[in-house]
Design a protein around this ligand. Structure first.
Ligand code: CUA
Length: 330
């Protein structure tokens, strides 16, 4: 009879703890809005695991509170407890139940992971590069690089993550998906945003002094809004490259070449207003990095051959872009 009462008391404590922790879990909105197709399945796994943990917590708390309450040593009691040699039934129970639960959690998580990482054929790819302490997003198809991740709603995107210096971690809470960005390798995330709006991109790997401030913005827009954004970014990028290209030209090339657009007057090399007329990017690039490949009649091969090393790739790109835009205008 006392044994049955003890079990009953433990159950009552367990139920009270279970209801209290269940209430804390249920009535406080712990999770942010779901804004991706993957979020629902991920949340289901989360709650599956949380409920199992809650039940185990209630059992452990029930037994611990009961033991602390009933078996407290009296002030003058210095005896050791009675020796016990285990309990086979109990040991089997506490081995089998956790084994079943852990297996269930891993199988369920594995199934969901396979599901959410399935990539449809018509997906977009965006390269995400992390560095202390900023995010860079590259749209290969659209030839854009931005500091803000803009995506069309309802379209699956594969984010290819990497890092330049130390390990960072990409996370958008509303999308639920999260993965490390690691120097030297490419990891990927598949996500399908389902809600338009602005969401924070957060670095969740302690990566240095600026870690806490390493945030960017993910903006989800309609597909028309996305096309419009791409067009605007392209225009801005071209204008920026042309401005940079013109500056570079004036500094690096102007003392030897005439170019009306840049108001340069050097006469050591050919007049570019003439030789560049109608030329394409490939020709212009070749003439910059390998000037002796074609010598304009009447000129000596004196142009430095190391512009390919002296200038960075983006500098050469902007120079080429500028010269081609000038060549096309005349
Ligand atoms: Cu990057 Cu923390």
């Amino acid at each position: 009879m006392p044994r049955r009462r003890a079990v009953l008391q433990m159950i009552v404590i367990g139920v009270v703890v279970g209801i209290a922790s269940g209430g804390v879990a249920y009535f406080i909105p712990w999770l942010p809005d779901q804004a991706s197709k993957e979020a629902e399945a991920i949340d289901a796994v989360y709650w599956f695991v949380a409920i199992i943990c809650g039940l185990i917590f209630a059992v452990v708390a029930g037994v611990s509170v009961y033991a602390g309450w009933k078996f407290r040593a009296a002030p003058d009691d210095t005896d050791d407890g009675a020796p016990i040699h285990g309990h086979t039934g109990l040991e089997i129970t506490w081995t089998v139940i956790p084994t079943v639960l852990v297996t269930a959690m891993s199988v369920y998580s594995g199934v969901v992971l396979t599901q959410i990482e399935r990539l449809p054929d018509d997906h977009r790819v965006v390269k995400v590069t992390a560095q202390q302490f900023a995010w860079r997003f590259e749209y290969g198809e659209e030839k854009l690089t931005t500091g803000e991740l803009v995506l069309p709603v309802g379209q699956t995107v594969k984010l290819e993550l990497t890092a330049e210096d130390v390990i960072h971690s990409f996370w958008v809470p509303e999308w639920r998906v999260k993965k490390d960005a690691v120097p030297g390798i490419v990891t990927d995330i598949v996500v399908t945003p389902t809600k338009e709006g602005r969401f924070p991109v957060i670095c969740t790997e302690l990566c240095g002094l600026g870690h806490a401030a390493m945030r960017a913005r993910a903006v989800v827009v309609s597909s028309e809004g996305f096309d419009q954004w791409v067009a605007e970014q392209r225009r801005a990028a071209e204008a920026g490259a042309a401005v940079q290209g013109k500056q570079l030209f004036t500094q690096q090339c102007g003392s030897c070449h005439v170019l009306a657009d840049a108001e340069t007057t050097g006469e050591t090399g050919p007049n570019l207003d003439n030789v560049l007329r109608g030329k394409d990017a490939e020709y212009v690039r070749e003439q910059i990095v390998n000037p002796d490949s074609r010598i304009t009649p009447g000129f000596q091969p004196v142009m430095p051959k190391d512009f390919g090393e002296r200038l960075s790739d983006p500098q050469i790109d902007s120079l080429v872009e500028y010269l081609v835009s000038v060549a096309g205008r005349r």
